[in-house]
Design a protein around this ligand. Structure first.
Ligand SMILES: Nc1nc2c(ncn2[C@@H]2O[C@H](COP(=O)(O)OP(=O)(O)OP(=O)(O)O)[C@@H](O)[C@H]2O)c(=O)[nH]1
Ligand SMILES: [Mg+2]
Length: 304
């Protein structure tokens, strides 16, 4: 049989489960996830390799409407650009919605894909939330009327439905890929460095543990990263915009920061497969999320 190799981007509005699906497809956590919209801020590759194919998945930040007042900051425009630019040069687009049905935000993403001539596979995620699997049928019929999708695949990215249909999705995608030799080493699972992945694991805890708008006004920068035999010494700066935010990240008697550090350290240990010493510092840099120069220095360089 001929080997297949290609790029597949996963797009959709925020919070539909794109990063969860990518981790499931790769079989390893490389992209952070949370219950909050706009968790993913950077494009990240996840590479699946087996005997007959290599698929490079591109996880992207959720595409949102910049018209909304709360989204007008520079960082949100940069994030949208990153997601839309990710379509360039791929073989298949996976467009994700959820089983709860089409929303205006989903239709906004569909519109962004209007003039794209690539096959678009519609993924209907979170089918585990349906009372009966048959409840997805009307949504499939409605979707067929909205656009000419190459395929429509209902899935449960968290794998709560038996099988979750992930294998079926893999097969649908593979059938659309060109015959070509693998482009990456078989043991490479992402294009990102451990250093980057660690900064994301810290950011993930900020998204999971801090309330309200606070996570959106934070960024993480690794200041020390030393991998040694059997252990790692890592320091990270958590950037916030105001002193009051700093107090909230640290929490009463430092409890919030401690909890963030403990969870992030555990995840770092399973990623790096060694003991990790993680030190976190909270620092104030006002207006970083609205300043292109600050964004560049914090790693948001793709869309500027
Ligand atoms: N019940 C259920 N929850 C899911 C499923 N897939 C993802 N989730 C949850 O949905 C939330 C969002 O998941 P993410 O993977 O972070 O979503 P995303 O589309 O990457 O979000 P952004 O990066 O913000 O655009 C998380 O709380 C996930 O646990 C699923 O199949 N079923
Ligand atoms: Mg994501």
């Amino acid at each position: 049989m001929s080997y297949k190799f290609g790029f597949v981007t996963i797009v959709g509005k925020p919070n539909v489960g794109k990063s969860t699906l990518m981790n499931q497809l790769i079989g390893q956590k490389i992209s952070i996830t949370s219950h909050r919209p706009q968790t993913t801020r950077h494009r990240i590759l996840g590479i699946h390799t087996d005997d007959d194919k290599q698929i490079v998945f591109v996880d992207t930040p959720g595409i949102h409407s910049v018209a909304k007042k709360s989204n007008r900051k520079t960082i949100n425009k940069v994030i949208n650009k990153t997601a839309i630019a990710s379509i360039d040069g791929v073989d298949v687009i996976c467009f994700m919605i959820t089983a709860s049905g089409w929303t205006e935000a989903d239709k906004h993403v569909l519109k962004a894909l209007e003039n794209v001539s690539l096959p678009i596979v519609l993924i209907i995620n979170k089918i585990d939330k349906l009372k009966s699997i048959n409840d997805v049928l009307p949504l499939i019929a409605e979707s067929n009327k909205l656009a000419d999708f190459a395929d429509i695949v209902p899935v449960s990215a968290v794998g709560r439905v038996k099988g979750g249909n992930i294998e079926a999705l893999m097969d649908v995608i593979t059938s659309r890929l060109p015959v070509a030799e693998a482009g990456f080493d078989e043991d490479q699972i992402t294009d990102r460095s451990f250093r980057f992945l660690v900064s994301e694991l810290v950011r993930e805890q900020l998204f999971r543990r801090l309330g309200d708008e606070l996570p959106y006004a934070t960024a993480v920068e690794i200041s020390q990263f030393e991998l040694m035999d059997g252990k790692a010494q890592i320091s990270a700066d958590i950037w916030v915009e105001k002193d009051s935010h700093k107090a909230m990240v640290i929490g009463k008697r430092g409890e919030a920061l401690k909890a963030i550090g403990t969870s992030a350290r555990k995840n770092c240990e399973s990623l790096l497969e060694r003991k990790v010493f993680l030190e976190l510092f909270v620092k104030v840099r006002s207006g970083w999320s609205d300043n292109a120069r600050d964004l560049y220095s914090l790693g948001y360089d793709e869309g500027i």
